[in-house]
Design a protein around this ligand. Sequence first.
Ligand code: KIV
Ligand code: NA
Length: 276
Amino acid sequence: MKNTVSTLLKQKQSGDKITMLTAYDYTTAKIIDQCGVNAILIGDSLGMVMLGYENTLPVTMEDMIHHTAAVSRGAENAFAVADMPFMSYQISVQEAVINAGRLVKEGGANAVKLEGGAEVCEQIRAIVNASIPVVAHLGLTPQSVNVFGGFKVQGKSLDNARKLIDDALKIQEAGACAVVLEGIPAKLADIITKKLFIPTIGIGAGKGCDGQVLVYQDMLGLTTGHTPKFVKRFADVGSVMRQGIADYINETKEGSFPADEHTYAIEDDVINELMR
Ligand code: KIV
Ligand code: NA
């Protein structure tokens, strides 16, 4: 069954936790979809995990459409949410609607996600008016890395926490269908989750949220180097890949691959004739 804005809302109401994972390509989207994950996020995190950038800022609309289209073809039942990249919605409400529309028309997304609170409510309202569901994103919003001075937990001070609660109420009022809460204290995420009727989807925001989201490379152990505190490694797929690749190299070099079962035969008569 296809997950939709209304099934996600029902999950909040019944206390059935929403699961969301990122995907950036068809093959991965299909695996995640077949596992029964409720929503797939084509995150602008693709700038880092797929394209090797330092942060998400260089990601373009073309990048997002390219990956969103691939994922959408694999997301049969999962609700497909595409991130609006940096500078695709900040400049004007009109540009925001045009770009949201491209992610749906050209990318096949079911919804778009954008970062920010009060300052993007006009954009949220206009995109929703164009019949495109919007997921908001509050807290440690990575597109603001240069303002935060690094990837730092948000909402710890009274003022900052109050601002986040206020932003959450405002984006809900503007028509957002859900909100991602990233990198904020669990107890603050609890308060926001209780105040909102729309689902909260947490990443580094504790178990009180209505759902969870993770970058699949992080949770499957494919990323190397520093991983944030909130990442749990549910599997070590990186090791499995390394072992498989090492075996391929060894067997190719020693000549045991390809074996007969990987090889096409031809009648001896044909070969004999060729060799005459
Ligand atoms: O880009 C992304 O993957 C995200 C999630 C971390 C929420 O925005
Ligand atoms: Na993102």
